[in-house]
Write a protein that binds this ligand. Sequence first.
Ligand code: FMN
Length: 377
Amino acid sequence: MSIAFTPLTFQRGPAMKNRFMLAPMTNQQSAEDGVLSEDELYWLRVRAEGGYAHIVTCASHVQENGKGFPGELGIFSDRHIPGLTRLAGALGRQDCRSSVQLYHGGLRAIVPGRFSPSGDDAKGVATMTEPQIHETITCFIRAAERAQKSGFDGVQLHAAHGYLISQFLSPEFNRRTDRWGGSVENRSRFLFDIITGIRNRCRPDFQLGVRISPERFGQRLNDVIEVSERLLDGSQIDYLDLSLWDVFKEPEDTRYRGRTLMSYFAELPRRNIRVGFAGKIIKPEDVQHCLDNGADYVVLGKVAVLYKDYPKRMRADPTFAPRWLPVEADYLRAQGLSNTFVTYLSTWTNFVLDQAPPSGAARFDIGEYLQKGTSGH
Ligand SMILES: Cc1cc2nc3c(=O)[nH]c(=O)nc-3n(C[C@H](O)[C@H](O)[C@H](O)COP(=O)(O)O)c2cc1C
């Protein structure tokens, strides 16, 4: 039997029963005030039933002005706790570990009052003041406490894809000259202060993961390697999630070519901290390839949209050949997606075969997204 179906322990909190984690995926199914809906509960519950060992929610904003998408799940207020409690309970009953992805959009938020480490007058984005930085760190910590109170096993910090934490990490978006900008140490202070705060405020076995993306979105590969080394050399986090968008690709930075982007992270000393990868893991042999090449677990995104029960299927048939995009809207509905989610996916190029996006909706092209790194998730 593949190692994919063996348990994975963590230095804190419960083990995963196998090596499959559901990627955090924005789905626009929540109420406009961020309260969890039946649709969101259902789409995740059926995946817990389908054998995923750890489910990470979609990006969930920790502060009202951090909301990045319509219908985004919220965790900025105690009014979100009852819905989150139902979700954590439903996942736990399937022996599935659960985390809320903690998120702030920063300059890419869609609501008034946007700010970022360095402002942009033309776009109406303010430069964060020192008190605002501290307040936002506190919001991340309070959100983790709410996740804990709701019964989640942990939280995952969204430090990837050009959102607020990633804006701090990036020398392109962060042009500050104070203690929050300049050196890698200063640019990563926001992330590490959130981590320390969560560790101080949450119970000792509350799991803490960090999701990071090493390139595009204004990131520099060498900086992200340095931050990852520091994360893996400490004892504060439990897993590091590398969002690569393609585990088989080579780095964009020509100085690092000749081997895969994944290999730079797979080789870092990691003590007791687990490392997982996301991006184009589609076929069972892709899963095996990652596990054979340094991944402790794999993170499935689009193929998990297509298969609510991918782990169970692969276990039953290790040679199963998943179908691929685009697919019919009815197929997605049969996999537990609501009409709202299907409509959102219809705005992605080449996702839904037989449903046009609503007129006037922003189109989402993954190729363009990767090239520019300026919009999307
Ligand atoms: C519909 C959709 C929504 C996404 N939303 C998020 C998100 O909320 N947070 C995040 O970190 N990544 C998000 N991503 C990225 C995925 O987590 C994943 O890393 C990416 O899709 C690559 O994996 P895949 O090739 O298996 O799809 C999203 C991806 C998709 C397809």
